[in-house]
Write a new protein. Structure first.
Length: 531
């Protein structure tokens, strides 16, 4: 097996993603553009998107990472809009796109058109969270988009299975389709509920951080595979387990949390980068075999499907947003005033991604009678153009659109005040507990060490309030920046001495690593206290 193409993909996509963090253009768009450009360079191998790899091996860790970073409480508070988008909109888009494709493309059977509709229906989890992080959307909109992206893949995959069964001649019925949908949804949630408690128990009872992180990496694959074995939704199983683990993460020891955060950030970065680069690299594969649809006809079909995908989201979002408010005074009172701007942003933030392409590539080559699957190559092409179109058109215009609409962002001042109040309450409780412990003769400490414990508590309590202070009039630095800089300088001085002692053979490398790790933890603590 030649691993060089895989290594080149990972290294190249990571380099482009790193450059994207220093560019005004969102990294996903740079990665897609780079993939498109590289796909036609001489000597570049053909990267075929394998659904048997993407769906069970790439999608679960991405969903797990996104779900553990989400808020169960926030998602529960926004459950109605999340479900209307992740279930209602996906089904609506499936039928809307399928019906228009059936009318526009000659000789395309309705069942095959519905397969296309299900394929392009779900907005992408990776694209939604990447854009939300980059543009600083208001917290409610971010929660709704993230919640939708966590669940909508399950709806789309189930709708695809039902439409595919009808297209290949398995005699699917409406009753059978509804039954399969309920089995996938209820089964996926049920598997998640069954798995989440024993998995969390295991996480709290395994004390070795390395074993904990090994378990953490296996969890999304186990949850996905277990549910899929009985045709339940592996996506929902992963999401349910991850939401529960994220909500109870405070019960896991600190060493595990520190390592786990670093590990999952790395995994998410590598997978997200490779996924977007893969989208661009699919162009030669998609164009191959397009045949009679090359040229103007294919372009017209692509524009038509893209427009339906974009317009159908507006058609669904506005009634789904305002009709419940019109019918329920309780909803109006709970959610407060709402203008047309937030639904507009939610409607425009419907980028498609790698899941749509992976599902499209899983379409079989033939139906049950042995004939070719109707217009399979055209469906692949229309999926690809829809994904690229939404990522480029909506992804590029979303940040300036949010700026133009003047949507209120996150209130940093209010959040800092809330954090400071929470820290003050926690510090007071910690100080009371410390004095109780020190009053017990079994906990006697020399005065300097007891004072050091009190100083740490005071520093933690005051650090958040200090962030509200003015910038340094000489350097222009904030209090945070000055504290970080000074901490880095003094710790750097210690680090240099340790290295010099190792080089002079006064200490060995093992002791050096121990001392450096202690400094690393102190430096990390300084950054967390300041930021």
């Amino acid at each position: 097996m030649d691993v060089m193409p895989l290594l080149l993909l990972v290294a190249g996509s990571a380099a482009v993603a790193a450059a994207g963090r220093r560019s005004p253009v969102p990294a996903p768009l740079l990665l897609v553009a780079a993939g498109l450009a590289v796909s036609y360079l001489p000597g570049v191998p053909e990267y075929t998107l394998d659904p048997h790899i993407v769906l069970p091996l790439v999608l679960p860790p991405l969903l797990h990472s996104a779900a553990t970073d989400s808020s169960y409480l926030d998602l529960r508070a926004q459950l109605r809009p999340v479900m209307l988008l992740s279930v209602g909109y996906v089904l609506f888009a499936t039928f809307a796109v399928g019906w228009v494709a059936y009318l526009v493309v000659p000789d395309l059977p309705l069942t095959a058109a519905l397969v296309l509709g299900a394929v392009v229906a779900p907005p992408d989890a990776v694209a939604a969270t990447a854009v939300a992080r980059r543009v600083g959307l208001p917290s409610r909109i971010t929660t709704i988009l993230q919640g939708e992206s966590l669940v909508n893949d399950a709806t789309a995959i189930t709708a695809y299975r039902v439409a595919l069964a009808a297209a290949v001649g398995e005699g699917a019925t409406w009753a059978g389709g509804i039954g399969e949908f309920l089995l996938a949804a209820v089964g996926g949630i049920g598997f998640g509920v069954v798995l989440m408690v024993p998995i969390h128990w295991l996480r709290t009872h395994v004390k070795e951080a390395l074993l904990q992180n090994t378990l953490s990496l296996l969890i999304p694959f186990v949850a996905y595979a277990a549910a899929e074995q009985v045709h339940a939704s592996g996506v929902l199983a992963v999401v349910v387990v991850a939401l529960y683990l994220g909500h109870r993460a405070w019960e896991v020891d600190f060493a595990t949390r520190l390592q786990e955060e670093a590990v999952w950030k790395m995994v998410a970065f590598v997978l997200e980068s490779a996924v977007f680069a893969l989208i661009g690299l699919q162009l030669p594969v998609v164009l191959k075999g397009l045949g009679e649809y090359e040229g103007g006809r294919a372009a017209w079909y692509a524009v038509a499907v893209f427009l339906v995908v974009v317009v159908s989201r507006f058609v669904w979002v506005y009634p789904a947003t305002f009709l419940p408010r019109m019918m329920s005074a309780r909803i109006r009172e709970r959610e407060g005033g709402l203008t047309w701007k937030a639904p507009f942003v939610i409607s425009w933030a419907g980028m498609r991604g790698v899941v749509s392409l992976a599902i499209a590539f899983s379409i079989p080559l033939t139906v049950h009678g042995g004939e070719e699957f109707p217009e399979r190559n055209l469906i692949l092409f229309l999926t690809f153009t829809t994904v690229i179109g939404t990522l480029v058109v909506q992804g590029v215009t979303l940040p300036p659109l949010i700026h133009l609409l003047k949507l209120p962002g996150r209130d940093a001042q209010a959040e800092t005040l809330a954090e400071a109040n929470a820290q003050a309450q926690a510090s007071r409780a910690a100080e009371r507990r410390l004095e109780e412990l020190l009053a017990d003769e079994r906990n006697a400490l020399p005065a300097p060490l007891a004072d050091r414990l009190r100083a740490v508590l005071e520093r933690r309590r005051n650090s958040v309030w200090e962030r509200l202070g003015q910038a340094n009039p000489v350097t222009g630095e904030s209090v945070d920046d000055t504290y970080r800089r000074l901490s880095r300088e003094v710790i750097g001085a210690e680090r240099a001495v340790f290295v010099k002692l190792r080089d002079g053979r006064y200490i060995d490398d093992e002791m050096l690593r121990t001392l450096l790790r202690r400094l690393d933890l102190e430096e990390a603590a300084a950054y967390r206290e300041a930021g």
